[in-house]
Design a protein around this ligand. Structure first.
Ligand SMILES: [Zn+2]
Length: 83
């Protein structure tokens, strides 16, 4: 298991159990949803800081750099900001 404690953005409440990782990663073929590189972190689609749920369906795989750059924005908001 990859240890991601250091990479989990502020606002997340806990390390996610293995089954959450497996489900999220297999659903997205283990790739970062933003850039397509190998995902190393779980990102909240709706940030916890913005009342996003700390639950499996709110997670998407992301590589560390995308996760860090996205921060607390929602995936949609971030995509809009990149244009
Ligand atoms: Zn990425």
């Amino acid at each position: 298991m990859v240890t991601t404690q250091h990479a989990i953005p502020r606002g997340s409440r806990a390390d996610q159990p293995t089954w959450v990782w497996l489900m999220v990663l297999t659903a997205h073929r283990g790739l970062c949803v933003y850039c397509g590189k190998t995902a190393t972190t779980l990102d909240h689609e709706e940030p916890v800081a913005d009342n996003g749920a700390d639950i499996w369906w709110n997670f998407i795989p992301a590589c560390e750099s995308c996760n860090r750059r996205k921060g607390k924005r929602t995936a949609k908001r971030w995509a809009a900001d990149m244009r």
